[in-house]
Design a protein around this ligand. Structure first.
Ligand SMILES: Cc1ncc(COP(=O)(O)O)c(C=O)c1O
Length: 444
């Protein structure tokens, strides 16, 4: 791909216009072109199918990166999911009555998770988390939440940064998130602890235990739980009478057909799914134990868009395919192959990297001095080779061994070019434009 064509293409032109109309440019930070390759990233898609994404100028790329930021576990525009959605559309997506599929989906989700009895829905992961927190606070009759990891954009979560020492979220999501607009009255209501840091959770429990409504955690993300960690989190929640919430928004439906906690053998009181559940169609689900979920009858949680039909239809079809085709086994196999390719390419070029995450949600970090510069070089070189890529690989059912082989060949070349630049004219000779952003920042 001639990158100058992308710079002068319709995607970048539209994005410049988009930024004047949409503050921050996009609705999801992780889809901002600046997070990949400022001034060059194709920005918008006309069509996406399988792992192929076509931009507004008809340029085609294979997606070996975040793949819809984890939303499309079966690949883009999966024919069976789309057929189910089209059939639902033909019957009407909304009426004064409810979509029958919401009960069918609830039956499926509780059958997959025998510890759970009841289900509520929303459209996005973050709002589903906010609902879970409301239910947990109502059920426990307490306010405080201990949390670890990323859980969305809502006030309850960003309140963690309403502290004098600020930046509590820097190890959980992003550094420098200003809790601007979050009511100062929420100060002290959210208490972060580190993953695998039982000492930190125990200290919170000792100081605030009697006021703790919930403990919220991704059961696993970039590192595996230390032996006994999740079991002890469960035990602490039980001892304190706090609701244990597992956020499965990204981890769910990758290691098995259901929550990753089923693989890890620890059950929560509430668990949240989104992303993969609808293969790109918006649907989020909260599953939970009856005693906690019933409280949703007493606290007002209600929205028109949560009743819309296509998300339920997409989720039912997605579950069918995940099960019938044993998709999690394929995701793991693809993830392992990509990890092997990353390590081999990095070793061959002498560019140190560190690989993390579950195989279907693999990431790597450059270990050099200037990770942003290295990331920019990598994304640019892979884009030149017609891949949408970054320091992550989210596997889908649509990725084949052939895709991984082609990607591996491009990886070798990219790492070699990085090493040559580093050892020759310097890494900063490689980027054609500004450096990729590393996190949340105001756009110029
Ligand atoms: C673990 C986790 N929780 C919550 C969210 C927020 O979900 P959404 O972007 O659907 O609001 C995300 C999104 O990446 C996530 O990874």
């Amino acid at each position: 791909m001639d990158l100058e064509k992308l710079r002068g293409g319709q995607g970048q032109a539209l994005y410049r216009r988009g930024k004047t109309l949409i503050p921050g440019g996009t609705q999801l930070l992780s889809k901002r072109p600046e997070m990949f390759l400022p001034d060059y990233w194709p920005a918008y898609f006309r069509k996406a199918q399988g792992i192929t994404v076509e931009d507004l100028d008809g340029n085609r790329f294979r997606d070996m990166g975040y793949h819809g930021i984890g939303a499309c576990v079966l690949g883009y525009a999966h024919p069976a999911v789309d057929a189910a959605v089209k059939a639902a559309i033909d019957c009407g997506v909304a009426s004064t009555l409810n979509a029958w599929e919401e009960v069918a989906l609830a039956e499926r989700l509780v059958a997959l998770h025998p510890w759970a009895d009841m289900v509520r829905y929303a459209k996005g992961g973050g709002e589903m988390l906010a609902i879970a927190i409301r239910i947990a606070r109502a059920a426990a009759g307490r306010d405080l939440v201990a949390m670890c990891g990323y859980h969305g954009w809502h006030d309850w979560y960003l309140a963690a940064n309403l502290r004098d020492d600020a930046d509590a979220l820097k190890d959980h999501l992003l550094p420098g998130l200003d809790p601007l607009g979050v009511p100062s009255g929420l100060r002290g209501t959210v208490l972060p602890f580190g993953y695998n840091r039982l000492d930190e959770l125990r200290a919170l429990a000792a100081e605030h235990g009697a006021r703790l409504a919930a403990i919220v955690i991704e059961p696993v993300r970039s590192e595996m739980p230390a032996p006994g960690f999740l079991e002890e989190v469960r035990a602490i929640a039980d001892r304190l009478g706090a609701v244990l919430i597992f956020d499965e928004v990204t981890a769910g439906f990758r290691m098995n057909v259901g929550g990753v906690h089923m693989t890890l053998g620890v059950t929560p009181d509430l668990a949240i799914f989104a992303k993969a559940l609808g293969n790109g169609y918006p649907v989020a689900a909260l599953i939970g134990r009856r005693a906690v979920m019933e409280v949703a009858q007493e606290t007002f949680i209600s929205s028109t868009a949560w009743t819309e039909r296509t998300g339920f239809a997409a989720a039912l079809a997605t579950l069918d395919i995940l099960e019938k085709e044993n998709v999690p086994a394929h995701l793991n196999a693809m993830g392992e192959r990509v990890r092997t390719a990353w390590q081999a390419a990095a070793d061959a070029a002498g560019v140190p990297i560190r690989i993390r995450g579950l195989p279907p949600l693999s990431t790597f970090a450059f270990e050099g001095d200037d990770p942003r510069l290295l990331k920019t070089c990598f994304v640019q070189l892979m884009l030149e080779a017609d891949f949408l890529a970054t320091q992550a690989f989210y596997a889908t059912a649509a990725h084949t061994g052939r895709d991984v082989d082609d990607y591996a060949a491009a990886l070798y070349a990219a790492f070699r070019r990085i090493a040559e630049a580093r050892d020759g004219p310097g890494l900063s000779s490689l980027p054609r434009g500004p450096l990729a952003h590393a996190g949340f920042a105001r756009l110029a």
